[in-house]
Design a binder for this molecule. Structure first.
Ligand SMILES: C[S@@+](CC[C@H](N)C(=O)[O-])C[C@H]1O[C@@H](n2cnc3c(N)ncnc32)[C@H](O)[C@@H]1O
Length: 244
């Protein structure tokens, strides 16, 4: 993850603008995912990139799950703890998950997967800690069309940028996952962007607050326009070990 993004997620103004969660869809999208995944009560669920811990809290309080979270940002883990000290959240990296092999029923990656530069390694770790038949829930940005250049995007997302559904399907299948459900949720992405415009005054001012200069902000904004970005909610089931 780039420094720009760490600064963004740890920024109080962005946290206030994004409200409960640091991503499109909020806890409503998490509830939708829970409806699709159908975990039995008391399932062990990990939220990777848990941010301020809102999903972990929801899974425990409203669904009776044994939920926990990790995030690479010490500041965000501190914030989660300061809001609810009982939460089992810790600093951790997707590339080195601090959990035993086949010990979890489910994993959430809510607007985090596109940030992972080494996606096969991230998926191999997720596969390792999930039980056979365990579910991986990914809500994230995706490319609705292959057309359009993403130049400028790697600066703010991961090295690989954001992928199409077909590319994701190939990556997840190679990593031992089967697609159970895929829903386009671009409406919540548009609402999220509209919320940022309201809070920051304009999209340019939002980008400037992360990227610093008007020039950079302009080029990222233009790339985002041509790239036909959407948002998806997907549920994957672990069916075998990755083909490494
Ligand atoms: C868009 S925010 C989403 C936060 C949270 N899922 C939510 O719904 O509010 C992305 C989060 O992923 C975390 N992150 C990025 N790279 C990570 C990594 N390699 N391992 C663990 N967390 C990571 C960031 O620190 C950030 O909190």
């Amino acid at each position: 993850m780039t420094d720009y993004l760490s600064r963004l997620y740890e920024d109080e103004q962005f946290q206030m603008a994004a409200e409960d969660t640091l991503r499109p869809g909020g806890l409503e999208l998490t509830r939708k995912a829970m409806g699709i995944a159908g975990f039995p009560v008391d399932s062990r669920i990990l939220d990777i990139g848990c941010g301020c811990g809102k999903t972990v809290e929801l899974l425990i309080k409203d669904y009776g799950m044994q939920a926990m979270g990790i995030d690479i940002s010490e500041k965000l883990i501190q914030k989660a703890k300061s809001q609810n000290n009982a939460l089992e959240v810790q600093v951790g990296d997707v590339y080195d998950l601090p959990y035993a092999d086949q010990s979890l029923n489910g994993i959430f990656c809510e607007c985090t997967f596109s940030l992972f530069a080494d996606k096969p390694l991230a998926l191999a770790q997720i596969n390792r800690v999930l039980l056979p038949g365990g579910k991986l829930i990914v809500s994230d940005l995706y490319l609705r069309e292959k057309t359009g250049e993403c130049s400028g995007l790697p600066m703010i997302t991961s090295v690989d940028g954001i992928a199409t559904r077909d590319v994701l399907l190939t990556e997840f299948t190679a990593a031992g996952f089967k697609l159970d459900a895929w829903q386009d949720e671009t409406t919540v992405y548009k609402e999220f962007i509209a919320g940022l415009i309201m809070k920051y005054g304009s999209l340019s001012l939002f980008w400037e607050s992360i990227l610093g200069t008007c020039e950079k902000a302009y080029s990222v904004k233009e790339s985002m326009k041509t790239a036909k970005i959407g948002y998806c909610l997907s549920v994957w089931e672990k069916i075998n070990l990755p083909n490494l």
